[in-house]
Write a protein that binds this ligand. Structure first.
Ligand SMILES: [Zn+2]
Length: 305
């Protein structure tokens, strides 16, 4: 995208894998985020092409979710790159705590990896010949960092801000009420930044930062007023992610799946006071009606996959 400096390559992925951002640094390069595990080979090929002959020296994560760290182990094996992670996520990675990493609770996959150093809020780092500041953006993930380049006015917010919204509020879903207030503080902090281009965790880079923050704040206000609405939206997003990974599931088995996987089961009870199967039926109906999922011969399929 022409709004970005020459040294930055954005590899736009879909929703199962987060975007990959490659920074050219002379004969070497840095990568931000590595996609989902099942896409690791594709990520490797895409990153190789974007390196344009350079060595991948560093891999930096915005946060610990499976769609951002899934290629870490593969990329390190192949390139021997150093890995830097936000300090808040370091203990969960070091202990490979699959609950804290939301892998077991959301029935997702990732491969354990080692890291070399951590990044703290306020740290300055150089990527692509530019100076970036690590900013705390708790909410969607309580330990997430955004990276901001003041001279070029570029923001890399991970899943704290998308063109239309932000990532699921996992803390609230797990019964911790600190997620929404943190997301509000995060968005209010981001609103004050001078930003020309946002490179989000998912979706294309975009220029209208202020409008995106306003949309995110409006969505957040709706969630603050109605926890059920927040939970419904999260169930839809998480189930769509599940189907992107599994590609298809028998409709008759999805109620049972909601009953088995902690996040679907617990949210069904906590926010709706209903049996997981009943919540599953409603989530499927609404996603099919919205055209996000398709019903085919008794299977539910993610659109375009
Ligand atoms: Zn995320």
């Amino acid at each position: 995208m022409s709004l970005l400096p020459e040294s930055i390559r954005v590899i736009e992925r879909g929703w199962l894998s987060a975007n990959n951002i490659v920074f050219h640094e002379g004969s070497s390069a840095t990568l931000v985020d590595s996609g989902y595990l099942t896409h690791a080979a594709e990520t490797l090929a895409l990153v190789d092409r974007a390196l344009e002959g350079r060595t991948l020296a560093r891999l930096i994560n915005t946060h610990s979710h499976s769609d951002h760290i899934g290629g870490n182990a593969t990329l390190r094996r192949v390139h021997g790159c150093r890995i830097l992670v936000p300090e808040g996520m370091a203990p969960a990675v070091a202990d490979w705590d699959e609950d804290a990493l939301l892998l077991t609770t959301a029935h997702q996959q990732a491969e354990p990896f080692e890291f070399d150093a951590t990044l703290a809020p306020g740290d300055a780092l150089e990527m692509g010949g530019l100076v970036w500041q690590a900013l705390p953006v708790p909410g969607h993930d309580m330990h997430a960092l955004a990276y901001y380049c003041a001279t070029e006015r570029i923001l890399i917010p991970g899943d704290a801000l998308w063109r239309d919204g932000f990532g699921v509020m996992f803390a609230e879903l797990h019964g911790d009420n600190s997620g929404l207030p943190a997301q509000r503080r995060t968005l209010e902090m981001l609103r004050e930044l001078d930003v020309a281009v946002v490179i989000p965790g998912h979706g294309a880079p975009f220029a209208d930062h202020a409008a995106a923050v306003d949309r995110a704040l409006a969505r957040l206000a709706a969630f603050e007023q109605s926890p059920e609405r927040m939970a419904k939206s999260a169930m839809k997003a998480l189930f769509t992610f599940t189907l992107l990974e599994k590609r298809r599931m028998k409709r008759a088995e999805i109620g049972g799946y909601f009953g088995q996987v902690a996040i679907f089961r617990d949210v069904s009870k906590r926010f709706f006071g209903r049996e997981p199967a009943a919540v599953a039926a409603q989530v499927i109906d609404e996603l099919v009606k919205a055209g996000i999922l398709i019903e085919q011969d008794g299977d539910i399929v993610a659109r375009g996959h």
